[in-house]
Design a protein around this ligand. Structure first.
Ligand SMILES: C[S@@+](CC[C@H](N)C(=O)[O-])C[C@H]1O[C@@H](n2cnc3c(N)ncnc32)[C@H](O)[C@@H]1O
Length: 396
């Protein structure tokens, strides 16, 4: 325990105001493979006994042991991340660590538990709270129960809890500062932690490059690219409120360039940038207004669409039709440039997906020359080697 207390510095940050957005949850389906447990079982057992002393329900001992094992196994990663100026990571990834539907994350000075598909009993949550109160003294744990089918947060909080949950906070990832609020008008946290691997890779690639971040959400990729020395960054998303958080994120960082935020449908933006063009009338119907963009090819394009979204401009469907996005994204990428594609649908198999990308790239006349997989980092373990979030870096 002493070791953890040394590692987990709690940080307090200034307060700011909030904004909304929405994005599909990224949790994998429960895996059948057992998660390998750390061998240091004595320390695990002793810490669990201690954590549960104040909260009687012995029936939660197994759950706490899993949470504790997850914390122990992350010790090297957390130490590495602290050295990299990162204080946000997943502490418990229930789908593969023994409690499907439960995730627990640290975002700087707060912890966030989320439940999907089924809620957590009050005494189980109390036991988890007692555990983290000891592991991370001073960091509140907020619960967002998202168990209904639409994944919307349903649990009411007391006025004191609301104040803590709505407190505007900041955290750091790879030296970049981001906003966090456990509760805001949207459902998802403002930064998806499984995409840290993507942001890390973009930061390695970005210096001197022009970068297009499509489906930008709160613009984490774009802000990280700008921070790492990109010469030009454009973020595209149709959600005003998500872009507003992105603008706040940009302001938090001492960025060397002025980052662009374009509120647009992704299809309309990509078709224009790629040179394919976006007609104002389609099949006799006037399209909603969209910002006009000059054709432009970028050195690095990042594409991270939601699982499914329908708009007047097209249908995003990561299971049935990735190529609808791939073609204009490829044509918006400079010859010799890099396109990073994400697919967060767990049931889509990596090999099938890359075959599909390769075939449609060849058909579009922009064959993929090289593929590199970017693996989620070890706080998102994937014992079956098929992580729900697939990130493919394509040299094109
Ligand atoms: C999976 S999130 C993207 C996460 C993001 N790449 C990141 O770094 O966190 C999906 C985003 O796509 C946006 N979106 C969905 N359909 C869209 C469309 N047709 N045009 C533009 N944005 C869209 C949503 O507003 C949401 O912000």
């Amino acid at each position: 325990m002493t070791r953890f207390l040394q590692i987990y510095d709690s940080l307090s940050y200034p307060q700011r105001n909030s904004g909304p957005p929405a994005c599909a949850p990224r949790i994998g389906k429960a895996r059948s493979e057992a998660y390998s447990r750390p061998s240091d079982s004595y320390r695990v057992r002793s810490r669990v006994r201690h954590a549960t002393r104040a909260s009687p329900p012995l029936m939660h001992t197994a759950l706490l042991a899993r949470i504790d094992a997850a914390l122990s196994v992350r010790a090297p990663l957390i130490a590495q991340l602290a050295a990299e100026e990162t204080d946000a990571y997943r502490l418990f990834h229930g789908s593969v660590e023994g409690e499907a539907g439960l995730t627990i994350d640290r975002y700087g000075s707060a912890l966030l538990a989320q439940t999907f598909h089924r809620s957590l009993e009050a005494d189980a949550f109390a036991a988890i709270q007692a555990f983290y109160a000891e592991a991370f003294p001073g960091l509140p744990l907020i619960l967002n129960d998202r168990s209904p089918a639409n994944s919307r947060i349903v649990n009411a909080l007391t006025p004191e809890q609301i104040e803590i949950a709505q407190q505007a906070r900041e955290f750091r990832e790879l030296g970049v500062r981001y906003r966090f609020q456990a509760r805001h008008e949207g459902q998802d946290p403002w930064l998806f932690l499984d995409l840290r691997a993507g942001r890390r890779r973009v930061m390695q690639e970005a210096a001197g490059k022009s970068v297009l971040n499509v489906f930008a959400y709160t613009c984490g990729i774009g802000i990280a690219a700008a921070r790492a020395g990109a010469r030009h960054v454009v973020n595209v998303d149709f959600s005003e409120s998500s872009l507003a958080v992105g603008k706040d994120n940009a302001r938090l960082n001492d960025l060397p360039i002025r980052v662009r935020f374009v509120k647009s449908d992704a299809f309309a933006a990509l078709r224009q940038l790629s040179g394919l063009g976006q007609p104002k009338m389609v099949r006799g119907k006037r399209m909603p207004p969209f910002p006009e963009l000059e054709p432009h090819q970028f050195d690095l394009v990042f594409l991270d669409p939601p699982r499914y979204a329908r708009s007047p401009f097209g249908v995003v469907d990561l299971v049935k039709d990735y190529p609808a996005l791939l073609k204009p994204a490829l044509l918006s990428t400079a010859e010799g440039g890099t396109l990073i594609c994400c697919n967060n649908v767990a049931q889509v198999k990596r090999d099938d997906w890359i075959d599909q990308l390769q075939r449609s790239a060849a058909k579009a006349g922009r064959p993929i020359r090289e593929v590199e997989w970017i693996e989620p980092e070890s706080d998102f373990p994937s014992p079956d080697g098929n992580p729900p979030l697939k990130i493919a870096l394509l040299r094109v």
